[in-house]
Write a new protein. Structure first.
Length: 279
């Protein structure tokens, strides 16, 4: 695998040799001071260019970065600004997510995790040192809190129905995708309120273990199950217990109301359906 210096050397050499590339920015985990770097960290790079079209029309330039394993190329339409991103996984393990954007659209970076690697015409001005300020957990308003907790309890009934019917794919989808998404929000808010709203738990809660007390992390781990239906029932009940613990704590801290009646009603329903399955 190439080392970091080699990859940056390739990225900058390409930019320096191409007069259409005016600015090179680095985003993401490789400039995050709160992330432990490893060999698998992506290289999230933006080329600020005078014209984005040539790089999509003729993609031979990709070969200079190594032998591709697989790639995705996406054209993004954002605020009437089209731009291209090439997500490239190379055979030696290096991944480069390379965006081409019109240079006039990136002179004021919106992402706090931004480092200027090259600025040919001094367009960027003074860019603040990289930080994860754009990604710290923000305090939910009452509506956001209510929606997340309601989503957990409402969709938990769907998990229970799927298990009662022995519909494994549906039950797993509802628990591991729909319910979990709302549960991660709730856990992230718990972390936020206990860190002065300064913590970044990462995409899909990837860094929750760093911030949660050991007992809550262990409780969260119990919400994961394999394909055994009994184990999924256990995970569903563990999800309800964790929702109750964390949901009440967040509500009390923020002055919101935890839906105790919904909790009791859905919990009884889940237990009843499980008991019917065991007869």
């Amino acid at each position: 695998m190439r080392n970091e210096a080699e990859v940056f050397g390739q990225l900058l050499a390409f930019a320096e040799q191409d007069p259409r590339i005016k600015v090179v920015l680095l985003n993401g985990s490789r400039v995050n001071p709160n992330v432990t770097q490893d060999a698998l960290c992506d290289y999230d790079v933006i080329y600020g260019v005078t014209d984005i079209a040539p790089y999509a029309q003729d993609q031979r330039w990709i070969a200079r970065f190594g032998e591709l394993m697989i790639m995705q190329h996406n054209r993004i339409e954002e605020d009437d600004e089209p731009w291209d991103i090439f997500l490239m996984q190379f055979n030696d393990g290096i991944r480069i997510d390379l965006s081409f954007r019109k240079v006039e659209h990136i002179v004021e970076p919106a992402d706090s995790l931004t480092k200027v690697l090259l600025d040919k015409d001094n367009r960027m001005g003074n860019v603040e040192p990289p930080s994860d300020a754009s990604y710290v957990t923000s305090k939910p308003d009452r509506r956001q809190y209510d929606q997340a907790v309601n989503e957990i309890w409402w969709c938990s009934t769907n998990v229970a129905k799927g298990l009662w019917r022995k519909e494994l794919p549906y039950a797993k989808f509802m628990l591991d995708v729909v319910v979990r998404d709302a549960l991660i929000k709730l856990l992230t808010w718990y972390v936020g309120m206990n860190s002065g709203w300064s913590a970044n738990t990462g995409k899909a809660g990837r860094w929750l273990e760093r911030f949660l007390p050991e007992e809550l992390w262990s409780a969260y781990v119990r919400t994961y199950a394999d394909s055994d239906l009994e184990h999924i029932w256990d995970a569903l009940i563990a999800t309800g217990e964790l929702t109750r613990t964390v949901g009440v704590a967040v509500a009390e801290q923020l002055g919101y109301d935890y839906p105790h009646e919904d909790d009791r009603g859905v919990s009884r329903y889940i237990n009843r359906l499980r008991a019917e399955c065991e007869r």
